[in-house]
Design a protein around this ligand. Structure first.
Ligand SMILES: Cc1cc2nc3c(=O)[nH]c(=O)nc-3n(C[C@H](O)[C@H](O)[C@H](O)COP(=O)(O)OP(=O)(O)OC[C@H]3O[C@@H](n4cnc5c(N)ncnc54)[C@H](O)[C@@H]3O)c2cc1C
Length: 415
């Protein structure tokens, strides 16, 4: 087990030596977070801000993310800003000026949604895109400056037992099983959450019958794609691309219908395999898809509405609670919002069970509305025939600002 302990300056001068000097752990209320992904690290920052000491237990030996991008909309940006995470992310963020919407049926561009300066003016916060690895690094770097956050790597949460005073979480590492004690377990262990399945006995996320192929290329290969986000909508398929890594790379996500399903982020796929799904696409779009030498594939899952998110001293956040289709680009943003709200609820009610139920009540309607919007987008993007014709005509008719305004309720959310 590796432990990435974060320390304040006074602790550096007098390092912790377990079993020799009884160095007092922080006397603050303690919370255990399962998973050091986007939601888990943001939760650690938010809980620390709210006055808690936090243990983050992460299964992987290193903190990181496979090569792919993520869009950070204004609602998520605002939370990260409030937690002091933006300085560590600023260089990696790219601010596309527009989303260009293309239709395969129409053979090209049908609409433009302004995001750059327009989003900033409208929401008071930017709409950014970033490499997932950079987002992770920035969050971990920010967490490492907070003495009350301890990140433990290479430990897999397997079980937990509650009692009147708290919860003991068991995690398996290379050295065996270790226990972590806190007032609550915040489970941010992702779409295939162990806590969701094993501790709360809830059904797993359902496979959606769609997969995402993801790849990045250096932006020198496609300099004309470096300033905007592109969306191509086809029959049962679509493609999104945007710049990441401070503009040095272009990220591609291609969605298709398929039966393939594996619980992994990193199964490789060849260019030929991907191109096979886009054989009838216009040449301009196929040229984009031909750029990457290889792709990674990822089975898309979502959770049906109506399941609980909290019970006793355990609560789910992010994909563990509400994995959703990525067609609103909001799964990570909702995990980030959850992190803020759960920290607020725990800080404002000493009754942990009540605080976690208050978190669920505060979040559920909004998140389920976003999930429905993602499912609606899935239908809209993949329309055929007359429906696709009407969709394209509607996009052409509406101004870009009106297209953006339909989602004010998402982007204008404030912590
Ligand atoms: C193709 C695609 C594109 C997307 N695009 C966007 C986008 O543009 N914008 C957006 O906001 N969202 C997007 N999303 C959604 C977003 O990626 C997820 O919603 C987000 O990663 C969820 O964060 P999380 O912290 O809940 O889970 P994760 O990021 O999956 O983190 C879970 C962590 O828990 C760890 N873990 C798992 N089990 C255990 C265990 N038992 N013990 C300890 N640790 C454990 C894992 O190793 C991992 O580090 C996209 C998703 C996909 C598939």
């Amino acid at each position: 087990m590796t432990s990435l302990q974060t320390r304040g300056p006074d602790q550096d001068a007098f390092p912790r030596t377990e079993n020799v000097w009884p160095v007092a752990k922080s006397t603050k209320r303690r919370i255990v977070v399962a998973g050091g992904g986007i939601g888990g690290l943001t939760a650690a920052l938010a809980l620390e801000r709210a006055g808690f000491a936090v243990d983050v237990l992460e299964r992987s030996d290193t903190l990181g993310e496979v090569g792919a991008g993520i869009q950070i909309s204004p609602n998520a940006w605002r939370v990260l800003d409030g937690l002091g995470a933006i300085p560590a992310l600023e260089d990696a963020f790219v601010h596309p000026d527009v989303i260009r919407i293309h239709s395969v049926r129409a053979g090209g561009l049908v609409g433009r949604v302004p995001i750059g300066k327009t989003a900033l003016r409208r929401y008071g916060a930017p709409y950014c895109v970033v490499h997932r690895g950079d987002l992770h690094r920035g969050l971990a770097e920010t967490a490492s400056t907070r003495p009350d956050i301890d990140i433990h790597l290479g430990v897999t949460v397997t079980d937990a037992q509650e009692d009147e005073d708290g919860i003991t979480v068991e995690a398996k590492g290379a050295d065996g099983v270790s226990s972590y004690r806190g007032e609550a377990l915040v489970a941010a262990d992702g779409v295939w959450s162990t806590v969701r399945r094993r501790l709360l006995r809830l059904p797993s996320a359902d496979f959606s019958g769609r997969i995402a192929f993801r790849a990045t290329v250096p932006s020198e290969m496609a300099p004309d794609l470096a300033s905007f986000t592109g969306l191509w909508m086809g029959e049962s398929t679509h493609l999104v691309h945007y710049p990441i890594s401070g503009g040095r790379e272009i990220n591609f996500v291609a969605i298709v219908e398929s039966d393939w399903r594996e619980e992994t982020w990193s199964t490789p796929a060849s260019r030929e395999e991907v191109m096979g799904h886009f054989a009838d696409w216009p040449a301009a779009a196929r040229r984009l898809l031909e750029m990457p030498d290889s792709w990674l594939q990822w089975a898309l899952c979502d959770v049906g509405p109506g399941t609980i998110w909290a019970e006793g001293r355990v609560a789910l956040i992010g994909d563990a609670a509400h994995a959703m289709l990525p067609f609103m680009a909001q799964g990570g943003a909702m995990a980030i919002e959850d992190a803020h709200v759960i920290a607020r609820c725990l800080a404002s009610d000493p009754d942990v069970d009540e605080a976690l139920l208050a978190y669920e009540r505060a979040r559920k309607d909004r998140v389920e509305r976003v999930m429905r919007a993602a499912r609606d987008n899935a239908r809209t993007y993949h329309m055929k025939g007359v429906m696709a014709f009407l969709r394209d005509a509607g996009i052409r008719y509406l101004s870009g600002t009106r297209l953006l305004a339909r989602f004010d309720w998402i982007y204008d959310w404030r912590p």
